[in-house]
Design a protein around this ligand. Structure first.
Ligand code: SF4
Ligand code: SF4
Length: 340
């Protein structure tokens, strides 16, 4: 069911939703980027629709609003442990793009279906509604069309801003009445989506784990500086690390937290005895790229990467993930030639 809302109507909708939900959307943080005087578009809480940035891609994904970057799991004392309360008292409503909504499916796969269900993820996920922001144009570095993530229909609401009005498709019956009460009119609405990106990726059909033996990874030993920014902006990266915070000197009282982590930074693969599974930056790049477009698919039948292009946007060394993916054909040719 579709609705047309003016600004006042949309603000009233947000105000009603905020009784039960914290509302997160991409906002502009003036001068908040790494570079001087450059704005940062990232997630924050919003009260009115004017706060939401519709015409730019967010530098960071919805993930940092959905899942806390640092989350206390439990508290411990000498004789007992106590589960931490959920980080949010209310539910969450999150505005996001189609690629990011596809990323939610990847997060569900990792946290809910990849072994025993993750209790902490489940309690946040159950209480979250997603509002799809239609894309009327492709942004820089996006390759969602080739990754099959440019369209979504598993949203509660979709919203497209055109002129002074907001066009909303509602797929969540529990929100129908709320929309009806605040709408200026009813009409059929189909969310806008991108049909063509400037950037294309081709993942070779014969891609196999043999690509790991290619020399294409070597150049990243020197080009990549292992800053991990590509992981932190990625909506599908799910790695975390554990940190214990001790309240007492004897270490018997404290809390355990899990904190977002990066497979590209030093120390991530360190193991007992001074070993490390991937010391070179090229090896880390190889692991990241093949995880996103090869081994995740082997297990789940679809690629992990959703083509948002944020890793390309953010890399201080101008390393392009999509370009690297497009070299996998050469990588396969090289290893096959070598093995003949
Ligand atoms: S790997 Fe890059 S393009 Fe793919 S989902 Fe992650 S940030 Fe987006
Ligand atoms: S953002 Fe670029 S330099 Fe930093 S870890 Fe990722 S690929 Fe390497």
């Amino acid at each position: 069911m579709g609705f047309q809302l003016n600004e006042q109507g949309f603000d009233a909708l947000l105000s009603e939703l905020s009784r039960e939900y914290v509302i997160y959307a991409p906002k502009c943080f003036a001068g908040g980027n790494t570079f001087t005087d450059v704005d940062c578009i990232r997630y924050g809480t919003v009260k009115c629709v004017r706060d939401i940035v519709f015409d730019r891609k967010s530098d960071y994904s919805f993930k940092e609003a959905f899942l806390p970057v640092s989350e206390t799991l439990f508290y411990f004392t000498e004789g007992e442990t106590r589960e931490a309360d959920a980080p949010r008292k209310k539910g969450a409503v999150i505005f996001l793009r189609s690629c990011d909504l596809h990323a939610v499916k990847r997060l569900d796969e990792m946290y809910l279906n990849n072994g025993p269900e993750d209790f902490y993820y489940r309690r946040l996920r159950e209480n979250t509604k997603f509002i799809l922001m239609g894309c009327s144009q492709s942004f820089e570095n996006c390759f969602c069309v080739d990754m099959d993530s440019s369209r979504s229909d598993n949203y509660s609401l979709s919203v497209d801003r055109k002129g002074d009005y907001y066009y909303v498709d509602c797929r969540d019956e529990s929100l129908h009445a709320l929309l009806k009460n605040n709408a200026a009119g009813e009409l059929a609405v189909e969310p806008e989506y991108v049909r063509e990106n400037k950037v294309h990726v081709h993942i070779p059909d014969n891609l196999s784990i043999q690509a790991a033996k290619s020399t294409i990874w070597d150049e990243y030993d020197s080009r990549c500086i292992a800053c991990g920014r590509c992981n932190f902006v990625c909506p599908t990266c799910t790695c975390f690390t554990m940190q214990d915070l001790f309240y007492s000197e004897n270490g018997k009282a404290g809390e355990r937290r899990r904190v977002h982590a990066s497979c590209m930074v030093d120390g991530f693969t360190d193991v007992a005895g001074g070993g490390s599974c991937r010391r070179k930056n090229g090896e880390r790049m190889r692991f990241k790229v093949l995880h996103k477009v090869y081994d995740f698919k082997q297990r789940n039948g679809y690629h992990m990467c959703v083509g948002c292009g944020r890793c390309d946007d953010v890399c201080p060394e101008y390393i392009s993930f999509s370009n690297c993916v497009n070299r996998l054909g050469d990588a396969m040719e090289e290893v096959e030639k070598h093995e003949k």
